[in-house]
Design a protein around this ligand. Structure first.
Ligand SMILES: [Fe+2]
Ligand SMILES: [Fe+2]
Length: 337
């Protein structure tokens, strides 16, 4: 994976340091401080979100021309923490906390989901999606789905007992249950190829809109910090609990355009698997976690709310651009062009 094209002063400085140097320059910190102080909407700030995604990617696959040792460079981590603090504060401002009740946590999660009134992308694409809009949607989602499972998997060593066993059961399915070709990331890559998109890991980062990074950065934040393990599990539960029905609609949308089951398998798999994962995630995984430590309930619900809010940001971005007749991709460059 190549370093992405910078999207502002901070990512320009950061990419230059990672590619050429052995340490972060003071100028890079100055750019980060300036950005954090000035950002009015950190969750949609191109430079902030891309820079944070670059910092996190060092923990995943890294970048071709970047030394692996950067992953645990103390200065890099100091910079990352600065961006994380701004990102976390923005998440807390975006999401209105729900009151924790005595009800089982799966019911509290279901209530959070029922209260979500974000726009439905799957309904739109099922009815009105053109191949071009599908390609834009998949470009956005590729930032996550080509590493599907990975951001949540960080939490596995951070939990124990039944919650851990439940999480491993879900994640094993995400990773294809031992068959590389059944890995959800691979099924997604096949879908991309069928729509003539480059399925290389990270290949479409330069075209992805900011919200794609905001969404994955939120997952990485929750996964990489033990302090956010409750939010990580709540986030995963919300993903699983809101996947089955929309997946059915996405599959229908592709069939309406003439694609066959070789293409829709990514969604068909999620219709089946996530109907099961929903229960394992909410009852077994989150239920066991909070039974052991009830103080984590608020974080579980916060994580679920953040998951829904990130889906809302993505839907608002895509539907807003399409309604206005423009491309939703970064820089408004059309894939066709
Ligand atoms: Fe999946
Ligand atoms: Fe799943």
């Amino acid at each position: 994976m190549q370093l992405p094209k910078p999207r502002g002063p901070l990512s320009t400085a950061l990419c230059a340091d990672l590619a050429g140097g052995r340490t972060l320059r003071e100028a890079t910190f100055a750019a980060a401080h300036a950005l954090v102080a000035a950002a009015t909407d950190p969750l949609t700030d191109d430079d902030l979100q891309l820079s944070l995604a670059i910092c996190y990617e060092l923990h995943y696959r890294g970048f071709d021309e970047v030394d692996d040792d950067w992953e645990w460079d103390p200065e890099l981590l100091r910079l990352r923490a600065l961006l994380e603090q701004r990102h976390t504060a923005a998440l807390c401002a975006l999401v209105t906390p729900v009151e924790v009740t005595d009800a089982p946590v799966d019911q509290q999660l279901a209530a959070v989901i029922a209260a979500d009134d974000g726009p439905s992308l799957s309904r739109y694409l099922a009815k009105h999606g053109t191949v071009e809009r599908w390609r834009e949607y998949l470009t956005l989602r590729s930032v996550y789905h080509l590493k599907e499972g990975d951001p949540h998997t960080w939490a596995i060593p951070r939990i124990g007992g039944r919650a851990k066993a439940a999480m491993v059961e879900i994640q094993a399915d995400e990773y294809g249950g031992g068959s590389p070709g059944r890995m959800h990331s691979q099924l997604f890559a096949g879908l991309m190829r069928d729509l003539d998109l480059d399925d290389g890991y990270g290949a479409l980062w330069d075209l992805a809109p900011t919200v794609a990074f905001t969404s994955v950065n939120t997952m990485s934040l929750f996964g990489l910090h033990r302090r956010w393990r409750g939010a990580c599990l709540g986030h995963l539960a919300a993903v699983e609990m809101t996947s089955s029905e929309p997946s059915r609609r996405y599959s229908l949308g592709l069939r309406r355009l003439g694609f066959g089951e070789g293409t829709t398998v990514f969604y068909d798999e999620h219709v089946e698997a996530d109907a099961v994962h929903e229960q394992i995630a909410s009852v077994d995984m989150c239920g066991s976690l909070v039974a052991e430590d009830p103080t984590l309930t608020a974080d579980v619900l916060f994580g679920a709310q953040c998951s829904l809010a990130m889906d809302g940001l993505a839907a608002d971005h895509l539907l807003g651009a399409w309604k206005a007749g423009r491309s939703a991709l970064h820089g408004e460059r059309s894939l066709a062009a």
